[in-house]
Ligand binder design. Structure first.
Ligand code: MUC
Ligand code: MG
Length: 395
């Protein structure tokens, strides 16, 4: 079906919204094995639970989105089960039958149908951009304002907790010219032991930028005690040391630290981003679809942070190539992404959920250029990993 039609009386051709109607929304839960155990302060995983959304339009175009979690409802409150049931019960019924290209209107309908539930909303919206992009033969980035960047320096995370293994892993990444900046998860054990581990990694990797992600594990007193040690080691960035709600305390820490402090779990909504910016709760914001709840909202979060003088970091929640491509579509349209991105997810999975579209080369990840999200989804592998079949939502 041709989605561009000629309207009588108009010489220019217009979108045929009837062809872009949302015909079907399906979800599938998969558990994708990772190459090794990944340990954070509050969870450990060797399988990544992912919710895939598949949207089909009237004209037959198909789009995919990804809902990500870490350790069920541990990293944030949404779980794979809640994401799937929120989409099925509340979001999909609000959208079915409507033109998929009206992204703002559909986001407003989702906001009305469910409060927060940002991972679920982001998964649906990504699938809409993919489907509309496929139908119009345009990259999602084009629908979001057009590309500024072709790719970004890409960070890898060291998170096995075994320092010798971590040094070996980082060395292999350097030798393969895949990554030369590393995030280290240091909220697992008591701070003294974690600082010793980090110092050993820093010594073994001279010249590599290190990011210390504490994932909310420290108290204000522990920050006062141990951030000077992080400064001494020479880390490039300190991420979310305090519990998410402690934005005023994070501002105190950020004001004292000579190393930039990044807010992650502490800023989901636009109001939280604005408050963080206003009080100085971090000088860097980690941008994530699971926090913003959609591709446009992610752009708005970037704008608000920038207006408050914050720098931007392209965050992830270990998404597969589907979620990574959705993030890259947005990131590629930002005027500046100061810290590059950490979308190593497709490589931490033993096998990615996409067959093509993503390229890691020379320490960078390239932004896909094809229509929609620009990746080809491996449907057979999805079904092999799934504990069931695609579930079809009804109005
Ligand atoms: C987080 O808190 O940043 C992103 C990379 C990683 O290793 O964990 C995630 C979540
Ligand atoms: Mg983090």
């Amino acid at each position: 079906m041709n989605v561009i039609k000629t309207v009588p009386g108009h010489s220019r051709r217009c979108l045929d919204e009837a062809a872009l109607q949302i015909d079907r929304i399906e979800t599938l839960r998969v558990d994708a094995p990772t190459v090794r155990a990944h340990k954070l302060s509050n969870t450990e995983l060797s399988q990544k639970a992912i919710v895939i959304v598949r949207v089909t339009l009237k004209d037959g175009a198909v789009g995919y989105g990804e809902g990500s979690t870490l350790g069920g409802p541990r990293w944030a409150e949404e779980s794979p089960e809640s994401i799937q049931s929120t989409i099925e019960t509340y979001l999909a019924p609000a959208l079915l039958g409507r033109p998929a290209n009206r992204f703002e209107a559909l986001a407003a309908l989702m906001a009305k149908a469910a409060t927060r539930n940002t991972a679920a909303k982001a998964a649906v919206e990504s699938a809409l951009y993919d489907a509309v992009g496929q139908s119009l033969n345009l990259p999602a980035a084009q629908l979001l304002g057009g590309r500024v960047h072709d790719g970004f320096e890409v960070i890898w995370a060291l998170a096995s907790g075994d320092v010798d293994q971590e040094i070996e892993e980082a060395q292999a990444k350097l030798d393969a010219r895949e990554h030369r900046r590393f995030k280290v998860k240091i909220g697992l054990n008591e701070p003294r032991a974690e600082i010793a581990r980090l110092a050993k990694i820093a010594e073994a990797l001279p010249g590599c930028a290190l990011i210390a992600d504490i994932n909310q594990a420290w108290t204000l007193a522990q920050c006062n005690r141990w951030i000077p040690a992080l400064e001494e080691i020479g880390v490039a960035l300190i991420e979310q040391p305090l519990p998410a709600g402690e934005r005023a305390n994070l501002a105190r820490i950020a004001a004292r630290s000579t190393v930039p402090v990044m807010i992650d779990e502490g800023a989901f909504s636009l109001c939280e981003v604005a408050e963080a910016g206003a009080v100085g709760a971090g000088t860097v914001l980690s941008l994530k679809l699971v926090k913003s709840g959609g591709m446009m909202e992610l752009k708005r979060a970037a704008g608000i942070a920038t207006a408050h003088g914050m720098e931007l970091y392209g965050g992830c929640l270990l998404e597969s190539g589907i979620g990574a491509a959705a993030h890259l579509a947005v990131f590629s349209t930002l005027p500046e992404l100061h810290w590059g991105t950490e979308h190593f997810g497709p490589r931490i999975l033993a096998r990615d959920l996409t067959l093509s579209g993503l390229t890691f080369r020379d320490f960078r990840i390239e932004c896909p250029t094809g229509p929609g999200l620009g990746v080809t989804v491996d449907e057979d592998y999805l079904l092999a990993l799934a504990d069931g079949h695609w579930r079809v939502a009804t109005a």
